[in-house]
Ligand binder design. Structure first.
Ligand SMILES: [Zn+2]
Length: 852
């Protein structure tokens, strides 16, 4: 028997499920009746269940046959086998199970979450998180995405509480002192999308989109933070109904903010659950980044209602399509809602993060065969979401947005209420576009990596060549097999040639090692990857780079972003001297685009991790030199005509000058502004002030910020002060922050990320690494399942040769598996930093000698 896939001789079509959670004993009781079709005579039924105790199992049919079964649990395979005394005949049966379970504190399955009210009293609520395979912790079920069924949920709860599930309430009555709430039938859907939340919840008034009521739910006292999330929820629902050409598949749409939540959010049909920071926000007091996060997450989950919920992957290898598509649609919806946010330009930052991991030998293809669902856990990463969304965007731009949309519509209509695979989407897009989609796309989806496209001049010809980009010529010893240098992609390449006063566009499908293109006369600047949609890097050789740098204002922001980002990657990979890149950063003094700056500042942070400590003040001087002009032009005070991105840039520059740049004037001014009226400070600048004050702060400041973290009135304020606790420089204070990551003062949903921030900081990394080593088992026990991986990513910041050796020894000795290729990727990223340090350390030191 396949240990990972359930046998298919009994298939469920409907669950009538009744659960009775008890928030005082932290347990629940359950009963369910599952309508089954038995395909062949069998005396056993196998389904998933874990951490449940099944006390009764019976089965009956309409022919009056009834049997009592004996349930036995196998914790290792998370299965329950029910044996019957005689075989069941093929046909329709009803399986009845009675069971009990626990409301765990691991933020998965049916779990408990806690929060404090204004008086400091602790309250509990119960919530669910089932993806990928944790529905089986709440009720016995066929817990695979292809076993779609209808769910009719009934919850029996304390009458003082409220309950929300996937569908609207049909009936609520009092029974033996419990409030018994019956919810309408769901659509035919997968188990991982079932949800229920029970607690003292408050909701907004509904907003109607067509006939769909959209509400936001939260714990008492936070309803005033709901309007922004509700607005994007309604706007994106409208957008998707129009884009998909299909009505919303649920009967209402609730979004719930849960105080403890392991993921960002979860697309349960009709009952989207979120972290508080991803849904609740004070729109008047939040920065652009904080608002964008809410808009992104809400739009993303909404996109899933069709793509994922209505049409679902057949098995977990298809999870990339769910997530890549929802990420792509999130961009489209937010871009349509707030064009002034220029969401596709900002998406360049996400694409860059994917290019960074995909430039490792230890990368993986977007889609790969998955046997055990556990293997798919490691798919919830930047390659699935960001690379996946990038290649979909590349394809959309290549086919044309309308053709692409038509293909998507056709795919959804054809597979509604059922399951589908990548090939089904390619087929629908192929029919809509009359193009051989798999030929173009398979190299991007089923093969790892991406090309570096080099551009050079040969006389009047532009020569483009492709080879696979990797940071290191060889993988670190003992790791993965080296990347294939002969790998080729079929890549749609868009070019623009700016010559004289005119620009001409060219489009070609790069498929061979090399392509040649005649250029017009004159010293035209050639921009490869016009519009920035391509998932590849460009290296401009010889004079081509200088021509572009001379005409920067003629480039679109995303093109300038890619220019910086690719030049940095080329330098890190040793394909160009670091000094050449550092010279390039001096050409952006007039830059006012926030994303271009994020590429520049990101590279300075990496240099800060590898620079010799003695040179650190000179690196700070270089950062001041590069950023001061732009910040001086913006000033501290927002102007009414400025857009949100410019305001956010002001915050970004103030932050980097006051921290990495160690600018005392900025630090003094930040302290003065912070001490003054907070209302007078732009919401985009306030988070920067907090970060700068932490960087320059002492014990008194730490105590103040700790107090603000604990008494924060919005989720965003709480996060700013929480992460500030990782931004101090005193070892004693950082030690206090580390202790708080495991003593219960910081929620387990946040603690791994705080530790990660400390591992990445040059002031905290030695201390944090020693702490992580000493407390690994405690963290493993306390944190949600996937969080150790997120925390361990911080080791990429431990960029000294001594730390690298110690990191490798620790993971080898402890035989730690973080799932998929995660650990290998982190170790290779660390090696990339060390290699850069070894190769360019002396040159960097020499370069910095000019700064003081
Ligand atoms: Zn998603």
């Amino acid at each position: 028997m396949d240990p990972y896939r359930l046998p298919r001789h009994a298939v469920p079509s409907r669950y009538d499920l009744r659960l009775e959670p008890d928030l005082t004993t932290l347990t629940f009781r359950g009963e369910e009746t599952v309508a089954l079709t038995v395909a062949e005579p069998t005396a056993e039924i196998v389904l998933n269940a874990v951490e449940l105790v099944i006390s009764e199992a019976t089965i009956e049919n309409d022919r009056g046959e009834a049997l009592r079964g004996r349930a036995s649990m196998d914790e290792a395979t998370e299965r329950c086998r029910i044996d019957f005394p005689s075989p069941l005949a093929p046909g329709a049966w009803r399986l009845r199970l009675t069971f009990t379970g626990i409301l765990n504190d691991k933020l998965r399955g049916f779990y408990r979450s806690s929060y404090k009210d204004a008086t400091g009293a602790v309250h509990l609520l119960a919530a669910t998180q089932f993806e990928a395979t944790d529905a089986r912790r709440a009720f016995p079920c066929w817990d695979e995405p292809a076993f779609k069924a209808v769910f009719a949920v009934t919850l029996a709860i304390d009458p003082a509480l409220t309950a929300v599930s996937n569908t609207r309430i049909l009936d609520a009555r009092l029974e033996d002192g419990r409030r018994v709430i019956s919810f309408a039938d769901t659509i035919t859907m997968s188990t991982y999308l079932v949800a229920f939340v029970v607690g003292e919840l408050e909701a907004t008034e509904p907003v109607l989109v067509g006939s769909t009521a959209v509400r936001v739910w939260c714990v008492p006292g936070k309803r005033q933070l709901a309007p922004f999330g509700q607005e994007i929820a309604a706007a994106s629902l409208r957008f998707f109904e129009d884009y998909y050409g299909l009505p919303y598949p649920g009967d209402k749409l609730d979004l719930l903010a849960i105080p403890d939540f392991a993921m960002g959010a979860m697309e349960n049909l009709g009952a989207i659950t979120c972290r508080e920071t991803a849904l609740l926000v004070d729109a008047g007091a939040a920065s652009h980044t904080e608002l964008e996060r809410v808009a992104d997450v809400v739009a993303h989950e909404n996109a899933h209602m069709w793509f994922g919920d209505l049409v679902t992957m057949s098995w977990w290898n298809g999870i990339w399509l769910n997530e890549a598509f929802a990420t792509f649609m999130e961009m489209l919806a937010v871009d349509a809602w707030k064009p002034e946010w220029r969401r596709w330009t900002t998406f360049g930052v996400s694409r860059a993060a994917a290019l960074s991991v995909d430039g490792l030998h230890a990368t993986r293809p977007i889609e790969f065969p998955v046997k055990a669902p556990r293997e798919a856990d490691a798919m919830f990463d930047v390659l699935t979401y960001e690379k996946g969304a990038s290649v979909l965007r590349m394809l959309e731009q290549y086919l044309g947005p309308e053709v692409f949309r038509d293909g998507v519509r056709d795919y959804l209509r054809r597979h509604a209420y059922a399951n589908a695979d990548t090939g089904d989407l390619w087929q629908a897009l192929g029919e809509a576009s009359r193009q051989p989609i798999p030929e173009v796309m398979d190299g991007w989806i089923f093969k790892p990596g991406y090309p570096l496209v080099s551009a050079r001049l040969e006389g009047r010809e532009l020569v483009l060549s492709q080879r696979r980009f990797t940071y290191l010529p060889e993988p670190p010893p003992g790791a993965t097999a080296p990347a294939d240098p002969g790998q080729r992609w079929r890549g749609p390449v868009q070019l623009r040639v700016n010559a004289g006063g005119s620009a001409s566009a060219e489009r070609l499908l790069l498929s061979d090692a090399e392509a040649r293109l005649p250029l017009p006369a004159g010293n035209g600047a050639v921009i490869v990857n016009e519009g920035g949609h391509g998932f590849y890097r460009v290296r401009y050789e010889g004079e081509l780079l200088e021509r572009l740098l001379r005409r920067l204002p003629e480039l679109a922001p995303i093109e300038r972003f890619n220019l910086v980002n690719d030049a940095w990657a080329v330098a890190v990979a040793g394909l160009a001297p670091l000094a050449e890149y550092l010279d390039l950063t001096a050409r952006f003094g007039d830059e006012r685009d926030r994303n271009v700056w994020s590429a520049l500042l990101g590279s300075f942070h990496v240099l800060n991790r590898i620079v010799e400590p003695a040179d650190r003040p000179r690196l700070a001087a270089l950062v001041r030199d590069r950023a001061a002009r732009a910040f001086a032009a913006l000033g501290w005070t927002a102007r009414p005509e400025e857009d949100e991105l410019t305001r956010q840039l002001r915050g970004d520059l103030a932050r980097v000058l006051g921290t990495l740049g160690d600018d005392h004037a900025i630090q003094d001014r930040a302290a003065a502004l912070y001490a003054g009226s907070a209302d007078a400070v732009d919401p985009n600048v306030l988070p920067a002030l907090i970060a700068v004050l932490a960087h320059a702060g002492d014990g008194a400041r730490y105590a103040e910020f700790l107090g603000r973290f604990k008494s924060a009135s919005t989720p965003q304020e709480e996060q700013r002060y929480l992460y500030a606790l990782a931004g101090f420089r005193s070892r004693e204070l950082l030690g206090q922050t580390l202790a708080r990551t495991i003593n219960g003062e910081i929620r387990t949903q946040d603690a791994p990320f705080v530790t990660r921030a400390l591992l990445m900081s040059v002031d905290g990394r030695e201390l944090a690494w020693a702490f992580v080593k000493a407390n690994w088992d405690t963290m493993d026990r306390q944190y949600p399942k996937h969080s150790l991986r997120r925390m361990a990513e911080g080791v990429t910041g431990l960029a000294t040769p001594e730390l690298e050796r110690d990191v490798r020894a620790f993971f080898t000795e402890r035989k730690i598996d973080l799932g998929g290729k995660a650990l290998e990727q982190f170790l290779e990223q660390l090696r990339v930093a060390i290699t850069l340090r070894t190769r360019e350390g002396a040159a960097l030191s020499k370069y910095l000698a000019g700064f003081a």
